[in-house]
Write a protein that binds this ligand. Structure first.
Ligand SMILES: *Cc1c(COP(=O)(O)O)cnc(C)c1O
Length: 379
């Protein structure tokens, strides 16, 4: 069976974990955590990066730092993972879902402004498949209405928009290092803080409400409890695993992009015949091959496709039942305007096996199966 996902493993992960253990430093903010933070700050030209326990908790930190509270409204797409929505909900905010663009599956920037009310406090831009949202328009709307922008860049590590790394454009950016993402530490994530005014508050929030980070930097003599907070630091064991991958970030990225391009080229003739739709990457966007998706005719054909692939030894998946149609989405939010594309487009989407180290022969097998499926359904 060809797996849908295999967690990345490049080689030095266990060596670095051993080093963390030998250094008797396995709690948070050890050597590897610091190296990862620094690497991301340098590589992405980010003002400040803090590793977190997950992409979900990075989003929670961002929601808290934005000052979201009961009665506030947050604009987000409905076509996303539940974590994008749970973070503002935990802060007490109400969700306002906006339709997506059918070409990128990202929030439709042209439909955001009509959803803004006096209560709106933030926009969460989800960079689906590591392809950027139309950030210039989103930042402009945010500026005009005094809104915060949180980038859910869980899928967008190493992607960029007009030369800027995803996660560094809004007020806050959130990465995920879950095992299904391009770079992994099992469970983990990172918060990117793009305005230095939030640095101290973020450190306190992450360190159980204490000013311990300041203490470790020698800026104060003893540390104490100064504000509300939680524990959002991952163990240095996890950071050691991630460090091995960040060191080889380009190799991982190139490998994924090669698989992505091979799929794209192979299916272009099918797309030209109108049998399927391929992903679209706008000119200003550099993506990271987080996923390879395509869109089929409808829900029925998708179900047939998924079982055909599985029967023939390749695992393909679909995802995201639109959040506004889920029980919690109905409880915590509303859809603004018309659901023109969110539901209909999500029902047609399938994802093909995509991971670091996907073998050429397996990739070719997936390609052959997809072609065979369409040859059969055409004939
Ligand atoms: C994976 C993902 C998350 C959550 O990340 P975790 O690290 O699993 O908590 C949030 N948003 C999107 C769009 C994701 O793909």
């Amino acid at each position: 069976m060809i797996d849908f996902n295999v967690p990345p493993f490049v080689g030095n992960e266990l060596k670095y974990i051993e080093e963390a253990v030998a250094a008797k430093k396995i709690c948070g903010d050890g050597r590897f955590t610091k190296q990862c933070n620094k690497w991301m700050e340098d590589r992405f030209d980010a003002q400040k990066v803090l590793l977190t326990t997950s992409g979900t908790t990075a989003l929670e930190m961002a929601a808290i730092l934005c000052g979201l509270k009961e009665g506030d409204e947050v604009i987000l797409p409905s076509y996303t993972f539940s974590s994008t929505a749970t973070a503002p909900v935990l802060a007490g905010a109400t969700l306002v879902f906006v339709d997506i663009r059918p070409d990128t599956m990202n929030i439709d920037e042209k439909k955001i402004e009509q959803a803004v009310t006096e209560r709106t406090k933030a926009i969460i831009a989800v960079h689906y498949a590591g392809v950027a949202c139309e950030m210039d328009t989103i930042m402009k709307i945010a500026k005009e209405h005094d809104l915060k922008v949180i980038e859910d860049a869980a899928q967008g590590v190493m992607s960029s928009y007009k030369g800027k790394a995803l996660g560094t454009i809004g007020d806050f950016g959130c990465f995920s290092f879950h095992e299904t993402k391009n770079y992994s530490m099992g469970e983990g994530g990172a918060l990117l803080i793009n305005d230095a005014a939030y640095n101290e508050k973020a450190e306190i929030l992450r360190e159980k409400g204490t000013n311990r980070s300041k203490f470790f930097r020698g800026q104060i003599d003893k540390y104490t409890w100064v504000d509300y907070g939680s524990s959002y630091l991952p163990s240095d064991i996890n950071a050691a695993y991630l460090w091995a991958q960040l060191e080889m970030a380009d190799r991982i990225n190139d490998d994924r992009l090669e698989s992505w391009a091979a799929y794209y080229e192979a299916f272009r003739p099918l797309a030209d015949k109108g049998l399927l739709e391929l992903p679209f990457v706008p000119e200003d966007c550099v993506h990271n091959a987080h996923m390879f998706y395509m869109k089929l005719r409808d829900l029925e054909q998708r179900s047939a496709f998924l079982s055909y692939m599985k029967q023939n030894g390749a695992l393909c998946v679909f995802h995201y039942i639109p959040l506004h149609s889920a029980p919690a989405g109905q409880k915590f939010g509303r859809f603004d305007g018309e659901d023109e594309y969110t539901t209909s487009e999500s029902e047609r989407l399938v994802r093909l096996p995509m991971y670091y180290g996907l073998k050429k022969e397996d990739r070719d097998q997936v390609i052959a199966l997809v072609k065979a499926f369409f040859a059969e359904s055409e004939g």
